[in-house]
Design a protein around this ligand. Structure first.
Ligand code: HEC
Ligand code: HEC
Length: 384
């Protein structure tokens, strides 16, 4: 796909030559004044488009991830528009709330239907979770890794009868475009792309917005940067408990949940982490029909993890303490259990003592970046 290749080229170019900084053009005034009046009547949008370029700290690759700011701005509006659902009562943010790291705090989520989703809502955090989209062949989307791009994901979500009510995407996009302010936003975002349908533009804009979400200013990242990316040393601003938790994390968890150089990550994209012996939801296995992938699920991003409970694909654990207890004493000997959780061919429970369990949880709480989540460029723009 052309956009994907272009993005890949952009990311690589920027990573190789940091002098390309001007690539992120800051437009002084994004709208004609009367257009801006029309927009302002409905939406809280700045007259200069927001800057959606993701600047990854050196410890996470150190480059900028390209973003088309006008497309991301349109994407932001769409993300919060309830007219994307059949009942006009559900928007993306119904399930992906910024203050909860774009989750909803529910085990299973309510969309347009009375029944709930069959899986727990995944947090949104961009680059680490979505690098397949940029052409790195890395992490794919959904708990079963079934799609590679946010465009595919959004189309599936809107067509899902439980989530957004199986709407006709082309019809939704055309209806939105009857609004003057959408005409302006679409034209701004896609000034020359007459070869794209309105539906494609809508999905591309959602993709630009979702892909721009990034949270790299955690206590952990701040300390890691001070130590030039060396996670093994004691962090000065960490408590003794957090440092102990970090040590336990590095030994037992980091092999799968990579927090480091995400773009070129060798972290484990999906795995069986020993939740069950019999999986009702078989995860990646249900997509691939491979027995070796039964009970294999996406390895979720752990940034902002304290905000995203309940945990696991089925939200079975309400707290981080319960998650840690799972790895401490609960790992099941499923035939597909990942090697990283085994010793001599069988499950290796960590058998942590009380103080180590608390230390691990304390460390997980250093991965929160609430400030980035609450940035106005990710917030609801509608004047209700
Ligand atoms: C009714 C709740 C609900 C709504 C509405 C919803 N989502 Fe989701 N979202 C989920 C659930 C549940 C998952 C995990 C589903 C799965 O893995 O099968 C998910 C997964 C995702 C993912 C994949 C994340 C990853 O790391 O793999 C993205 C991206 C996403 N949603 C974006 C959106 C966007 C954009 C919209 C609006 C067009 C939207 N969602 C609307 C519940 C919802
Ligand atoms: C073999 C790779 C692997 C190792 C090692 C591993 N995990 Fe996981 N982790 C996973 C996978 C896969 C999931 C999702 C499983 C599911 O939902 O079915 C997961 C889920 C989680 C979740 C829930 C995330 C969410 O958004 O719901 C947390 C928290 C977590 N792990 C923490 C840890 C900690 C702490 C350790 C170390 C003690 C650890 N993991 C070790 C693979 C691993």
């Amino acid at each position: 796909m052309k956009t994907k290749l272009l993005l890949f080229a952009a990311v690589v170019a920027i990573s190789l030559t940091s002098c390309l900084k001007d690539e992120a053009v800051t437009v002084t005034r994004a709208y004609e004044l009367d257009d801006y009046e029309t927009i302002k009547a409905h939406l809280n949008l700045p007259i200069q488009v927001d800057d959606y370029v993701l600047r990854l700290p050196a410890t996470v690759g150190g480059f900028e991830v390209f973003a088309d700011n006008k497309q991301a701005t349109l994407g932001r509006v769409l993300f919060y528009d309830k007219r994307l659902s059949s009942t006009k009562e559900v928007n993306c943010a119904s399930c992906h709330k910024p203050e909860l790291a774009f989750t909803d705090g529910e085990q299973f989520s309510l969309g347009v239907a009375t029944e709930r989703t069959s899986r727990n809502t995944l947090a949104l955090g961009s680059f680490p979770s979505f690098n397949a989209y940029y052409g790195f062949g890395g992490t794919r989307m959904f708990w079963d890794n079934r799609v590679a791009t946010v465009m595919e994901q959004s189309a599936e979500t809107m067509k899902n009868p439980v989530e957004m009510g199986n709407v006709d995407l082309a019809d939704v996009a055309d209806k939105l475009l009857q609004e003057e302010y959408y005409k302006i936003l679409f034209k701004n975002a896609f000034p020359h792309q007459t070869y794209l349908s309105n539906e494609e533009k809508m999905l591309m804009a959602l993709q630009a917005f979702v892909s721009s979400i990034g949270c790299f200013n955690t206590k952990y990242d701040q300390e890691l940067i001070k130590n030039n990316g060396n996670a093994k040393v004691e962090f000065a601003k960490f408590t003794a408990q957090e440092n102990r938790g970090k040590e336990l994390y590095n030994t037992n968890c980091a092999s799968c949940h990579n927090l480091g150089a995400v773009a070129f990550s060798t972290g484990i994209v999906a795995a069986n982490n020993g939740l069950d012996i019999n999986y009702q939801d078989t995860g990646v296995g249900a997509i691939s029909n491979m027995p070796s992938e039964i009970g294999v699920f996406k390895t979720p991003m752990l940034r902002n993890i304290e905000l995203t409970g309940p945990y696991m694909h089925d939200g079975r654990f309400a707290t981080l303490e319960q998650v840690v207890e799972h790895y401490s004493t609960g790992i099941k000997n499923h035939p597909n259990l990942h090697e990283n959780l085994k010793e001599n061919g069988v499950a290796k429970p960590l058998n942590l003592n009380e103080s180590d369990k608390q230390a691990l949880v304390a460390f997980l709480r250093t991965l929160t970046d609430k400030e980035s989540l609450l940035a106005s460029r990710y917030s609801d723009p509608f004047k209700h």
